[in-house]
Design a protein around this ligand. Structure first.
Ligand SMILES: Cc1ncc(COP(=O)(O)O)c(C=O)c1O
Length: 466
């Protein structure tokens, strides 16, 4: 046994004795225990055994510039030495101001050319930014004399986080169902799903005339009087098996909601920061949501940080008597170190990452197509920017005892790549610095995983091709 092995064993057993991991069944811990990670560099995680694993999903869609980018590391360490933290009520600091200025300057613009957004409200995780947006929406209507606007509309299959308010507006049953007795009563809208969505569709406005868009608009009409806001993940429902709903659908139902006085809250937590090839996915439309929620890539993916961007003038409803102020105060609001990471990350994103994305997006399309050509189990592949997904058609029960995602994840890890398939959907969301070599590793690991898992029970497997 090498030293590395014993370190790994020791950490794994100490972990098992004291920790409870998210989104992990205790039953699965024996077959796939948490892997001790000692370091990370660029697109790779390095285990305490010294193995390098390609981070094919940017560690839950966070790191944009890879791990340990020297500019972010420097910004964080300098900031931590200068000012680590100060409460954000009654105090301010340069990193918070500098990051907010950048976000507003690059947010969607009015026809006049000025930013359509006027304020940034910081919080510390995506769910919190959603809670902030929901509360702001309700309070704004209330203070405008419309207290009956207290329900929220959301899309089927959506995901907005797992605190109670955010969970209430999730459409995906897997997260919501168990807790439904505790949750807000929402209006759920149908959404289209284009299993063969292509990157070029983003500019085409797909979904505008879809029957689901008609039905969603009709539901908005029917509930307009009581709706406070519509929450929506622009185009890609990431946790919802990377379902792609189309820019046309997105723009149409949001514009319709706004015409009815319903706020639009765009959840760009996962799809913002270049993931679909532009800074925001909203940038593929001319829409100006009332609020935009950001997190994950906001700090470059290295520290917890979130923000809710507000349309210019939104704050006017909160002026006047002290009782009209917004009471929401997370302890780590606007943490200076996280904001400093955000400033360093944002500049690199705008100057270096986004301008370099087009050929990488094309390379990813070729790789997805090639996996589909090599594996008849791939029913459809789809893409929006640097997000790709392969939807499989296999008998999950026969080949993996119903735990298809887990089996594929294990097989991909054996091939040196972190993938975390969502049941029958393998997806790729690597750091934006990933190039052809990394895309090739994603391709190879996906083919290996599909072959290894889906052909395990050759006699019982069903193959379909569309
Ligand atoms: C679209 C979307 N909204 C909200 C969230 C919640 O963010 P957090 O996990 O930081 O609370 C997520 C997390 O995956 C997400 O993908």
């Amino acid at each position: 046994m090498t030293d590395f092995d014993s370190v790994e064993l020791d950490l794994a057993s100490r972990d098992a004795a004291c920790l409870w991991h998210p989104a992990t069944h205790f039953r699965d811990l024996e077959s796939l225990p948490p892997l001790p990670i000692a370091a990370a560099e660029g697109c790779e995680l390095i285990t305490s055994a010294g193995e390098r694993i390609l981070d094919g999903i940017s560690s839950w869609w966070t790191c944009l510039h890879g791990h340990g980018h020297p500019r972010i590391v420097e910004a964080v360490s300098k900031q931590a030495a200068r000012l680590d933290h100060v409460m954000f009520a009654g105090f301010t600091h340069a990193p918070a101001v500098e990051l907010a200025e950048r976000l507003l300057a690059h947010a969607p613009r009015e026809a006049s050319g000025e930013s359509a957004y006027g304020k940034v409200f910081y919080s510390d995780c995506g769910s919190a930014s959603i809670e902030v947006a929901m509360k702001l929406s309700f309070q704004s209507h209330l203070q405008r004399g419309e207290p009956q606007r207290r329900r929220f509309a959301t899309l089927a299959n959506s995901y907005h986080g797992e605190t109670m308010g955010a969970l209430s507006v999730c459409g995906a049953d897997a997260y919501r169902e168990l807790f439904s007795p505790l949750l807000l009563d929402v209006v759920q809208l149908p959404a289209p799903n284009f299993p063969g969505h292509r990157h070029a569709d983003l500019a085409e406005g797909r979904g505008h005339d879809d029957a689901a868009a008609d039905a969603a608009c009709a539901l908005l009409d029917a509930h307009a009087h009581e709706l406070s806001a519509l929450l929506i993940e622009p185009v890609v429902q990431c946790a919802g098996k990377m379902a792609m709903t189309g820019t046309g659908y997105y723009a149409r139902i949001c514009e319709h909601a706004q015409s009815l006085g319903i706020h639009v809250i765009a959840d760009e937590i996962a799809v913002g920061f270049g993931r679909t090839g532009r800074l925001l996915t909203t940038d593929w439309t001319s829409l100006r949501p009332d609020m935009i929620c950001l997190s994950k890539g906001l700090s470059g993916g290295v520290l917890p940080l979130a923000a809710t961007l507000l349309r210019r003038g939104f704050e006017d409803d909160f002026k006047g008597a002290p009782s009209r102020s917004f009471m929401h105060s997370h302890t780590f609001t606007g943490n200076p170190v996280a904001c400093a990471a955000g400033v360093a990350s944002f500049d690199m994103l705008v100057d270096e990452r986004i301008p370099a994305l087009a050929p990488k997006i094309a390379a990813m399309a070729r790789a997805l197509e090639s996996v589909a050509a090599d594996c008849p189990e791939v029913r459809a592949w789809r893409q929006a920017g640097f997000i790709g997904a392969l939807e499989l058609e296999v008998d999950a029960e026969a080949v993996a005892g119903g735990r298809l995602g887990l089996a594929l994840r294990r097989a991909a890890l054996e091939a040196g790549v972190l993938l975390r398939p969502l049941h029958d959907t393998i997806y790729w969301m690597p750091p934006l610095i990933a190039g052809e070599a990394e895309i090739e590793r994603l391709r190879e690991a996906s083919v290996k995983a599909i072959r290894q898992v889906c052909r395990a029970g050759e006699s019982t497997k069903t193959h379909h091709r569309r």
